[in-house]
Ligand binder design. Structure first.
Ligand code: ZN
Length: 365
């Protein structure tokens, strides 16, 4: 039994023997879980639902984005953002780590009851001070509107050294959210081969950083201080070697953020959930965007992590994300004094403690 006050603050968690005779108790069939944290989304891309062909790899993804970008009005884009924000709230999402390349989500976020951390993304192999100034101005616009927002590097492969330093040099107390080892092309680039390497070379982009670092992980630990919180998003190609490199540098400051349905949609790869679990590292879960997913449903992501005991994957979807975003003082668990939200999870096979295909979540508080 979870006891809350009118504001949703947790007063007590207990198992009273006389529960049936107590007043003001509501009963639910299912599991009560704290509000979930979607640790990686791009809410601004919500209008692209269904526009990118599934299984087309990165080339197909980029082509889908290019072809559909001009087809939608600002109003279409805003409506899609508002709709999906409301849907996430109703399904029990309490906080989101959300990537921004523009300001189209700011108004909806200001009105939303979801806590957003907006990561303003910087990328580009010719990025200099001018691009960084634009990103910082966007960050300032969000902050002026009362939002939590910081600048972050997009990935280890998409930013030159100067740009990476500027993006990672923002407020040292804020987390960074970095797309990390999503596809084999990223690692191959650092080895001077592969599709990404060829595309960059043909386009005349300099990847001088590959002369200094032999892998994405090496560049990461060389450029980001140990005490910085980092969200490493995707990790599909992460092996024990990268776990060791990342953990020996960052310790508990690193969170591995898994987006299994997005990986299935784009690359067909599966993130190394069991490996991360056996290393006892911090893991969180994200949906990525509707350009590479069918919905922003957290419970549908958990259905893809069926090899992980449900108690643990639920921790990843709640406390893992809250800790990654520095929100665990208020959210992520039923602890006295927190206001984490209360969500009903239904569709659990209680014998095997796994999620049924029909599993769903619904906000209660
Ligand atoms: Zn992403």
């Amino acid at each position: 039994m979870i006891t809350i006050d009118a504001e949703g603050t947790v007063l007590d968690v207990s198992a009273p023997p006389d529960i049936n005779s107590l007043q003001q108790v509501e009963f639910y069939s299912g599991a009560l879980i704290p509000g979930m944290v979607n640790a990686h989304a791009h809410l601004e891309l919500s209008y692209l639902k269904g526009m990118v062909r599934e299984g087309g790899g990165f080339a197909g993804f980029a082509a889908g984005l290019r072809e559909s970008r001009d087809r939608f009005s600002a109003e279409d884009i805003f409506k899609a953002i508002e709709y999906n924000d409301a849907k996430m709230w109703a399904e029990g999402v309490q906080a989101v780590g959300d990537i921004c390349n523009g300001g189209s989500t700011f108004e909806a976020k200001r009105r939303s009851r979801i806590v957003y951390h907006s990561f303003v993304e910087l990328f580009g192999l010719n990025t200099g001070r001018a691009e960084a100034i634009r990103a910082f101005a966007l960050r300032d616009e969000a902050v002026a509107g009362g939002l939590r927002a910081t600048v972050t590097p997009h990935a280890m492969y998409s930013l030159n050294e100067e740009g990476f330093g500027l993006a990672a040099g923002d407020d040292a107390n804020s987390p960074l959210s970095i797309h990390f080892m999503e596809s084999p092309e990223e690692t191959e680039l650092f080895e001077g081969r592969g599709e990404m390497h060829d595309v960059y070379t043909t386009a005349g982009f300099s990847t001088h950083f590959t002369a200094s670092y032999s892998s994405p992980a090496e560049r990461l630990v060389s450029r980001v201080p140990t005490d910085r919180k980092v969200l490493l998003v995707h990790d599909t190609l992460v092996s024990q070697r990268e776990v060791d490199t990342v953990v020996s540098h960052f310790g508990r400051n690193a969170t591995f953020v898994l987006c299994p349905r997005s990986n299935r949609y784009i690359t067909g790869l599966t993130p190394p959930a069991e490996l991360l679990r056996s290393n006892n590292v911090r893991v969180a879960v994200g949906t990525d965007s509707l350009a590479s997913n069918h919905s922003l449903s957290m419970v549908d992501e958990l259905k893809c992590l069926s090899g992980i005991p449900l108690e643990e994957s639920l921790q990843w979807a709640t406390m893992g994300g809250a800790q990654a975003l520095g929100l665990d003082g208020e959210l992520g668990s039923f602890e006295m004094g927190k206001r984490p939200g209360v969500v009903l999870l239904t569709g659990v096979d209680w014998t095997s403690r796994t999620l049924l295909p029909s599993a769903a979540t619904k906000r209660i508080v």
